[in-house]
Design a protein around this ligand. Structure first.
Ligand code: ATP
Length: 669
């Protein structure tokens, strides 16, 4: 089930617009002055035409008529020039505001908790950056200048009518109640309709995208028909709502025409009686009728643009919704305990002395472990609520390594990760005996409330230690890796990665479009050419990279040189080398390739992991055999811990897995 990303309220959006408007104030004020000037220049036309009527009916001189005609031409030219400049300035200002909002949206979207994006589906974000931005851009470019001019024309024309004779203004205002009712009637229906249109289009795009992305799976399982039917029903819903919008607009215009008829009849009738009573000349009555007729177009434009405004406003609310959400989540890592990799939905224990004497199944480092933590006791104080926010580390390492990497956690040495509100007293310091790279305490995790996927996990990984997680399919290996990496938040318990960044490398490696070296620099933008080459050499990729048409400058990714899955995986390892995080999580990173390729990738992984703590989800048990420690998971619980020699020397779950795997292995390496 998908959960749409949030939509901001109208009030929040207006507040956001006000902030965006601040730097554009000068430009917008100049635009307003120009537009008012243009409108006033246009409003001289009806009185001048009325004057020509009077001159003609009273037998005035040709010279005077020509002079009035010249005034008409000047008025038209002035109107055109001033209005064009004003509209251009207004559009520029609006575009600049939109550009800023778009940048903030992208920035926020990249910081969103992955879980939230996954729940909302890719279509939601995509439709916000495509359809919504297009609707707002269109409104900013064309609707806003037209709307501003229309409103100015209406206001100033009504003033012009009053100047001719106040009774013309009263007659013209007869149309207003009908128009006001029409607008209210329309706005009540249009808002919800456009919102549901956007939701329907987002759902349609989401299903379309996921169907295209999963095309090979759909074909393999022969489930094309139900998928096509699902896309069809989503499309039908979007079409129905779009047609409902067209029907609504038609009824809207029909009502407006009634208002126009009533208003014009009233103005002409008033003119007739005023001329008969010698209160005004025929020319003045003509000017009043022309003024009122001149209102048709701007009133229709302004009211019709209510339509565009509704569409743009609903798009704007959706953009601001994400922009604000991203700000919230960007801020949250600074709050003690709320960073992805150091989170705790439940309050941390008051004080814990570690290492805790662990039961046989607790995955503490064994004393014989080659990289056991130092025995020097380290007191690490959990940040108190009043302490300054922990500095957030660059999100570059994790984000660049895998599309499913989480935002980087805080780099503060947080061992206790209670999300205590500021009002609560500071949690007492947690005593940690020995340093650690990853500390998992009492962790449980559920995707759905009715089923625990992980239960009572305690795991400590020492700096530089390599821990392999093994277990049968569905045991919870990937889930544990993702929780440690911060992709998922623990349901209960704590995960802390005190040393700073953690990088997740999965087998779904994304190669970003662009030169290969730039792809690697996503992990470390400041990396020199030599560092990039050294990283490639470390993972044994330099030889084939040098053979590419333009070496490391070769365009790769979508539309560029196609890389094999193994090459893409090597690039992911090279990014890991460049990012140089103290902790790396590998999830089946070498499971893709065939046997020879797998050995190459295993060497690349080993090189990339050198010197850092690693949690490796091991499907090939050779990965487990070479690890410092092996953690065996079964149905979400740790059932066995030890190194390969230890675990194969006695009967147990790992020995059984090893035996079964050794029997199947064709190469027995
Ligand atoms: N996104 C999800 N939503 C709901 N349940 C899930 C989700 N991902 C995994 N699960 C369930 O959680 C359990 C553990 O899955 P997980 O992928 O962590 O196991 P695994 O040991 O990595 O398995 P495998 O070796 O097949 O990858 C399984 O029962 C799986 O069906």
């Amino acid at each position: 089930m998908t959960t749409q990303l949030p939509v901001a309220s109208g009030r929040r959006t207006v507040a956001e617009l006000r902030t965006l408007l601040r730097p554009q104030r000068g430009r917008m004020a100049a635009a307003l002055v120009l537009l008012v000037g243009g409108t006033v220049a246009g409003l001289v036309t009806p009185p001048l035409l009325g004057r020509i009527v009077d001159l003609a009916s009273n037998g005035g001189g040709t010279g005077e008529i020509v002079l009035t005609g010249a005034g008409l031409v000047l008025g038209a030219l002035g109107e055109a020039a001033l209005a064009a400049c004003g509209a251009a300035l207004l559009a520029q200002g609006a575009e600049s505001m939109l550009a800023t909002l778009r940048e903030r949206f992208v920035d926020s979207a990249l910081r969103l908790p992955l879980e939230q994006v996954e729940k909302a589906g890719a279509g939601d974000l995509t439709s916000r950056v495509t359809n919504d931005v297009a609707a707002i851009a269109e409104a900013a470019r064309s609707a806003l200048p037209r709307f501003s001019r229309a409103v100015l024309t209406i206001v100033l024309t009504l003033g012009g009518m009053a100047a001719l004779d106040w009774r013309f203004l009263i007659a013209a205002l007869i149309a207003v109640p009908v128009q006001a009712r029409t607008v209210r009637w329309y706005a009540r229906r249009a808002g919800p309709l456009y919102s549901s249109q956007r939701v329907a289009v987002a759902a349609q795009q989401h299903h379309l995208l996921s169907t295209i992305e999963g095309a090979s799976t759909i074909r393999a399982f022969r489930i094309a028909d139900p998928h096509a039917a699902r896309v069809g029903s989503k499309s039908q819903r979007a079409v129905d709502l779009l047609l409902a919008g067209v029907a609504l607009q038609t009824r809207f215009y029909a009502r407006l025409h009634v208002a126009e008829f009533a208003g014009l009849a009233a103005v002409l009738g008033t003119g007739f009686f005023l001329v008969r009573g010698d209160a005004v000349s025929i020319g003045t009555a003509t000017a009043a009728a022309l003024y009122f007729h001149g209102l048709f177009s701007p009133i229709n434009v302004a009211l019709a643009l209510v339509d565009d405004a509704q569409v743009a406003a609903s798009g704007l609310n959706r953009l601001v919704g994400v922009a604000e959400l991203g700000q919230d989540s960007a801020v949250s890592p600074a709050v003690p305990g709320s960073s992805p990799a150091s989170s705790s939905p439940s309050p941390a224990p008051a004080a814990t002395s570690m290492p805790v004497t662990s039961p046989a199944t607790s995955a503490e480092p064994s004393p014989s472990s080659p990289s056991a933590p130092t025995s020097q006791p380290v007191t690490s104080a959990a940040p108190s609520p009043s302490s300054p926010p922990a500095p957030t580390s660059q999100p570059v390492t994790s984000a660049a390594l895998s599309p499913s990497s989480p935002p980087a956690p805080t780099s503060q040495p947080v061992t206790s990760a209670a999300p205590s509100p500021p009002a609560e007293p500071a949690p007492p310091p947690v005593m940690v005996s020995g340093s650690h790279a990853v500390l998992v305490r009492g962790l449980s995790f559920s995707y759905r409330s009715d089923r625990k996927v992980l239960s009572d996990i305690d795991l400590t990984v020492a700096p530089g230690e390599r821990v392999a997680i093994v277990g049968s399919t569905g045991a919870g290996k990937t889930t544990l890796a993702k929780v440690i990496a911060g992709v998922h938040q623990p349901t209960t318990g704590t995960v802390s990665v005190p040393a700073g960044d953690v990088a997740l490398v999965t087998q779904e490696v994304h190669v970003f479009a662009g030169p290969l070296a730039e792809d690697l620099r996503l992990a470390r933008p400041a990396a020199t050419d030599d560092e990039v080459r050294a990283a490639l050499a470390a993972v044994e990729a330099l030889a084939w990279v040098d053979q590419l048409p333009d070496g490391s400058a070769t365009e790769v990714g979508a539309g560029g040189h196609t890389l094999t899955a193994a090459q893409a995986q090597q690039l992911a390892f090279a990014r890991l080398v460049l990012a140089d995080p103290p902790v790396a999580i590998l999830d089946e990173a070498t499971a893709e390739a065939g046997s020879a390729g797998a050995r190459l990738l295993e060497r690349a992984a080993a090189a990339a992991l050198a010197g850092r703590a690693a949690v490796i989800v091991a499907h090939r048990l050779t990965q487990a055999a070479s690890a410092d420690r092996i953690v065996v998971l079964d149905a979400g619980r740790i059932v066995e811990v030890g190194d390969h020699r230890e675990l194969t020397s006695r009967p147990g779950p790992y020995a059984t897995l090893w035996e079964a795997w050794s029997d199947q292995r064709p190469d027995r390496d």
